[in-house]
Design a protein around this ligand. Sequence first.
Ligand code: NAP
Length: 220
Amino acid sequence: MRVMVLGATGGSGGRIVNRLLAEGVTPRAAVRGAGPHRALRAAGADPVRFDLLSSPAELAAALDGTEVVLNAAAAAGVQEAPAVDRDGVIAAIDAAQKVGVRRWIQVSMAGVDDPDRLPGLLRSVAAAKRVADDHLTGSALAWTILRPPWLTDEAATGRIAFRVTEQSRLSRTDLAAVAVSAIDRPATHGRILEICNGSTPVERALAGLAAATGPTESAR
Ligand SMILES: NC(=O)c1ccc[n+]([C@@H]2O[C@H](COP(=O)([O-])OP(=O)(O)OC[C@H]3O[C@@H](n4cnc5c(N)ncnc54)[C@H](OP(=O)(O)O)[C@@H]3O)[C@@H](O)[C@H]2O)c1
């Protein structure tokens, strides 16, 4: 399985890379600069130069040969979110379809459907992510959208819930477990999952989706 992780140098993306490696998958790890290449290669990943601000042709060339994209990239600052999290992701989704990517797992954020519940600074980020999410849901890709609340670097609990509140948090390591486990779970295709740390083991929570109905799993 040829998997590419966008944002592989980030907190969540790095954990997704590690999770894939632990499961015997050699991921293509998308990085903007040359700096992280050596460490990623030493860890067993396959680093690829990739910038969401690149041209459509460059995005297509970078994604060519990929079957599954896990997108954990995010703009470094709020002001860059429209260019990176919205326009860059939309361009990458379009490029992915042109080169035959079949599956796209998108890390979005909880609250994009109701930005008023977010702190003011995050509302423009949420708006950018919402447009990109909508573009993905209208694409021909087999998509899954994960919408976590505030992410932490705490140790994994291995347990999640699909009911996000203002107090909810999610460990990036648990997010990585969900993202990787979702790859081969058809029940997650076409689903928007608001996830946070909870009490149900990740595998059981995802397996339970088979019986669920509706595109958004936000209140279980
Ligand atoms: N942080 C939170 O509490 C939170 C809450 C809810 C949802 N989320 C979402 O969860 C995801 C992961 O968040 P995180 O905090 O773990 O990520 P992060 O540590 O901020 O990492 C962001 C990654 O995106 C990459 N990136 C930035 N600009 C890029 C560009 N133009 N092209 C390609 N890659 C680019 C960064 O690369 P460089 O290393 O080169 O900068 C980095 O690898 C993001 O989608 C974020 O919006 C985050």
